[in-house]
Design a protein. Structure first.
Length: 384
């Protein structure tokens, strides 16, 4: 580098200062010329202040990176023709994998936001973008059927959408933290509220959100007020009608037992519907709170709500050497592809999760705040 005294800290006498300025004026003019014609020398530093990653979010990092750049464009902090850092520099400065940086750029390139010049790198091609919908999406857990909801929801919303996706693992404290610390400029808040404990206070947290931006899925907690959207399951009615639809196959059994663990996020409305069905149709019934202590009895139908409990149940039935679908029956909550295969097919009762995601997206796109019950259906297979 040119040896310029003004680049070093220290006290300089006024006369000497002006003397040095004139002596080295060509050097400073060269710096100004270089920065004007090579903005990447500044862009690679400035853009990092606009990029952030949320460690609580399950949104892939490449999407968080792309969304940060989109937000910078939307806020006017990134201009057209802005030279972006190289993939290697981005990876190094942000401590992310090269693959993550490359996927973010590919995503923006597919949106026609950035272009690239071979051997030169990437630059902002378009800044006149339509403001995207920004969705705060929070689920109680990850599972096969939750993935069905997410996929249909995101697909139905279309491309001009930013989804910040969170999982709180049925933990009310984490749910509260995520909601209260992230009440920013979201277009909508979409929430599945299921808790192992503390759920009776969920309405207090949900009521802090603007109701015109709120959509609840799966369950409607008591106490949520105002006009908001909801696509929900009617748990008591759904199990009653599903078991009623299976009555012809259920007639060959004397007893129905439901595995409903003490420590579960499932609504007690399911039990209410189960009790009412068994009483109306004169079945003996029992609720099993500890599946590990379950004793398999012939002439009994077992209803399992949890996937882990279904595995325990099947193992115990196989150990008892009883024939599934004849001596004992199995009904499982929530349809998944694997249940079409296990034991020549497991009978399921399930909400239409694909429809749930689609309906929530339609409420957002149509700006409607109605309440709508999601379809619930019985799929009969050999296990009953």
């Amino acid at each position: 580098m040119h040896n310029c005294p003004l680049l070093y800290a220290g006290k300089v006498e006024p006369n000497l200062f002006f003397k040095l300025i004139f002596e080295h004026l060509p050097y400073y003019l060269l710096i100004i010329f270089y920065l004007n014609h090579h903005p990447e020398s500044m862009a690679s530093e400035n853009i990092y202040s606009l990029i952030s990653f949320d460690d609580y979010s399950v949104t892939p990092k490449y999407l968080q990176l792309a969304n940060s750049i989109l937000k910078g464009i939307e806020e006017g902090k990134i201009d057209k023709d802005y030279i972006l850092p190289s993939i290697n520099n981005l990876s190094y400065e942000l401590d992310i994998s090269r693959n993550t940086a490359e996927k973010a750029y590919k995503h923006l390139k597919m949106m026609d936001i950035i272009h690239s010049v071979p051997g030169k790198g990437y630059f902002i091609y378009k800044t006149d973008i339509k403001t995207p919908l920004k969705i705060f999406l929070i689920f109680n857990k990850l599972s096969v059927h939750k993935k069905l909801i997410y996929d249909s929801f995101s697909r139905s919303l279309g491309g001009n959408t930013i989804i910040d996706f969170y999982i709180y693992n049925n933990d009310f404290a984490l749910f509260k933290k995520l909601i209260l610390e992230r009440k920013t400029d979201y277009s909508y808040y979409v929430i599945i509220p299921h808790f192992l404990e503390g759920g009776e206070n969920a309405y207090k947290i949900i009521n802090t959100l603007p109701k015109e931006k709120l959509i609840l899925m799966s369950q409607l907690p008591n106490g949520v007020n105002g006009s908001f959207g909801a696509i929900y399951e009617d748990f008591e009615k759904d199990i009653y009608t599903s078991l009623s639809a299976a009555i012809e196959r259920l007639k060959k059994y004397d007893t129905i037992k439901m595995i409903f663990p003490e420590y579960t996020y499932h609504p007690r409305a399911i039990l209410n519907g189960f009790y009412r069905f068994c009483q109306d149709y004169a079945f003996q019934y029992e609720v099993i709170k500890k599946p590990q202590t379950l004793s398999i009895q012939p002439g009994t139908v077992y209803i399992s709500l949890m996937e882990d409990d279904l595995v325990t149940l099947i193992k115990k039935i196989l150990e008892a050497r009883l024939q599934v679908g004849k001596e004992v029956g199995i009904i499982s909550y929530n349809e998944t592809p694997i249940k079409q295969i296990i034991l020549n097919g497991i009978t399921t009762i399930s909400a239409d999760f694909k429809m749930m995601g689609e309906k929530a997206a339609q409420m957002i796109l149509g700006k409607t705040g109605r309440h709508e019950a999601v379809s619930f259906y019985l799929t009969l297979r050999d296990s009953l």
